[in-house]
Design a protein around this ligand. Structure first.
Ligand code: ADE
Length: 260
């Protein structure tokens, strides 16, 4: 996959791309990342990438021409490219979106700054606008790094054995269970006995219950439309949480039908 970031602060991308799994994916040739300085595509004497908003108001707006020239330079001809604008008014980023984006040949991440980008650039070139959460950052660079990181780890062969993405939080609709490692006892707290038993089915049941309980406590909204197999329901009943799960799912369905 090609990932190209359009920014006026290319230095933002230097160290995050030199660490851990992203670095390994780059070295292995699983991804190619281009960081493009929008300023290099400004043609006026002062290399201006922003200007005052028409109609007045605070702040500055990113000019469309340097952005479009930079985009043309970054786009791989003939590739299935997706142009994404990072902005606080975008659709909220989540794991499903990361999975969808991972299927494209090229992602072009446009990092907005100031009060935003000129609307005509957005209309003409942007396929989707993404926000990473309900807060305002100083610009889209950190958001682009979040998207890039979440997508890269889903690409085939990027995670090694034992680092699989299939049991991630969100990928199966639940939050991931808690984890333990050596020592068996830490500050008087022992690892749950079942995890030492070697009984893989019992471990899986224990983890399912842990996941469900954590999701009920932290993110009950994730349970909307969730379906458990008869075996899973039996495990949840034995753990005493099935009624709570069914009530949560029913309540969410009722809320949804009232909204609709
Ligand atoms: N730029 C500023 N705030 C942002 C956010 N929350 N998500 C994406 N881009 C942004």
């Amino acid at each position: 996959m090609f990932i190209d970031c359009l920014t006026i602060f290319p230095e933002f991308f230097v160290s995050p791309l030199q660490e851990g799994i992203v670095r390994r994916a780059l070295l292995d040739g699983k991804i190619e990342i281009g960081v493009h300085n929008i300023r290099e595509y400004a043609t006026d004497r002062h290399s201006m990438t922003d200007d005052r908003p028409f109609g007045g108001g605070e702040g500055m707006v990113m000019k469309p021409e340097p952005l479009s020239r930079c985009l043309h330079a970054a786009r791989k001809e003939g590739a299935d490219s997706r142009v994404i604008l990072l902005s606080p008014v975008g659709e909220q980023f989540d794991q499903k979106m990361a999975e969808r984006l991972a299927s494209h040949e090229q992602l072009i991440l446009v990092c907005g700054r100031y009060e935003g980008v000129d609307e005509r650039f957005r209309q003409q070139y942007v396929d989707e606008e993404i926000s990473i959460g309900d807060y305002v950052l100083t610009g889209g660079e950190l958001a682009a790094l979040v998207v890039l990181d979440a997508v890269i780890r889903l690409l085939p062969g990027v995670l090694g054995c034992g680092e699989s993405a299939t049991n991630d939080s969100f990928s199966c609709g639940l939050l991931k269970h808690r984890q333990y490692t050596r020592p068996r006892v830490f500050e008087n707290m022992a690892v749950p006995e079942v995890l030492l038993s070697g009984d893989h089915a019992a471990v899986a049941r224990h983890r399912l219950v842990e996941s469900v309980v954590l999701t009920l406590q932290r993110r009950p909204d994730l349970l909307a439309g969730m379906r458990f197999t008869p075996a899973e329901r039996k495990t949840l009943r034995q753990a005493g949480v099935l009624d709570q799960v069914d009530t949560a799912i029913r309540t969410l369905a009722q809320e949804k039908s009232h909204e609709g």
